[in-house]
Design a binder for this molecule. Structure first.
Ligand code: NAP
Length: 323
């Protein structure tokens, strides 16, 4: 039976990936850090909480990572843990860098020293491109120009992952994933803020949603589809980096249109307030990824489209709040 170690198991992607790997017969180990109110709610939501072996460790503590890797000796390491919220990275740039950049280096070191044959996946991001594009799209060849401490920390981790592959002949891949969402997306992210807010307004539990820039455009996909791409990358004979995206871009206004329409509200302007606190100091206008390489080499394709994604999220929040 193959052993997989997932960092970030309690997050959105960790839960979807754990479910996928369990369905493929993997023994799944999940790294959890010590926090006061630990929540396994994402894993519970997907019905896999009890099927995982939990191991203690923190990305900022190399000794704990070394212990985990040396004890488990995983076949595949999916490194998803991060301070993943872009907004927070301006308020806490150092902790963001400690976790995302140095944490990745510490984990790579632990794998190199104690389990060098393990395959290593790093959760890179479209945020590394900033406003850079080729004919409006981002491809694997688009130059990086990160515009937040989060994106900069991820770019360090991206290059470290490449460097460990080139220096030590390790199997190290970067998945450059564009935004992906689901009913278990963190509540601080704009997609979930909208789906949760719209459901609350519909049920009379809230009067408005406060948002930043409504004109930002993102390439939004479904997390369940994207974790499949992570696994496929790790099954290839050669390690490589891949963009994972839908190829479609939509504004936050588009998201609001579909979400409010789902609950029967056609004119949402009076329910949405612009709050400058949610605008980014350095804006990122449009992300639209070209995932042709992944589609050709991995035979991967997104299954859930934008409208289905928004409706799924609103429906799930309505259901949850009714309970
Ligand atoms: P998420 O829901 O925010 O989950 C982050 C995970 O990282 C949580 O399990 C968290 O654990 C863990 N973590 C944070 N700091 C840690 C530390 N010091 N030590 C150990 N674990 C720590 O993120 P996600 O949406 O699933 O995203 C997964 C990865 O993909 C992240 O690296 C993210 O940056 C990247 N990514 C996401 C997207 C997207 O659209 N979702 C796009 C591109 C890239 P706690 O429960 O203890 O907080």
């Amino acid at each position: 039976m193959k052993k997989a170690l997932i960092t970030g198991i309690t997050g959105q992607d960790g839960a979807y990936l754990a479910k996928l790997l369990l369905s493929k017969g993997y023994e799944v180990y999940g790294l959890v850090r010590r926090i006061v109110n630990r929540s396994f709610s994402n894993l519970t939501y997907l019905g896999v909480e009890k099927n995982i072996e939990y191991v203690d460790g923190d990305l900022t503590d190399e000794a704990s990572l070394t212990h985990v890797v040396r004890t488990i000796k995983p076949d595949e390491v999916y490194h998803l843990a991060a301070q993943s919220f872009v907004g927070t990275s301006w308020d806490q740039p150092i902790v963001t860098s400690e976790i995302n950049a140095m944490g990745t280096l510490k984990l790579l070191n632990a794998v190199k020293n104690h389990c060098p044959a393990a395959k290593f996946y790093h959760a890179a991001t479209s945020e590394m491109f900033g406003n850079s594009n080729i004919d409006g799209l981002q491809t694997e060849d688009t130059p990086f120009h990160p515009r937040s401490p989060y994106a900069i920390s991820k770019l360090f981790a991206y290059w470290m992952t490449v460097n460990f592959k080139e220096s030590f002949s390790m199997f190290c891949v970067n998945g450059i994933l564009f935004n992906h969402e689901s009913p278990i997306r963190g509540l601080e992210f704009v997609s979930r803020k909208i789906s949760d807010g719209v459901a609350r307004i519909k049920l009379g539990l809230a009067k408005e949603i406060k948002l930043g820039n409504l004109d930002s455009k993102r390439d939004w996909g479904f997390a369940g589809d994207y974790v499949e791409a992570m696994w496929l990358m790790m099954q290839e004979p050669e390690a490589d980096n891949y963009i994972i995206s839908t190829g479609q871009t939509h504004s936050i206004r588009d998201f609001l249109d579909i979400a409010f329409e789902r609950v029967g509200i056609n004119n949402w302007s009076s329910y949405v307030q612009i709050d400058p606190r949610f605008k980014r100091p350095a804006e990122l206008f449009t992300l639209q990824g070209k995932s042709d390489k992944a589609q050709a080499k991995l035979n991967w394709k997104p299954q859930v489209n934008f409208t289905q994604l928004v409706q799924m999220m609103v429906d799930a929040d309505l259901e949850r709040l009714k309970k």
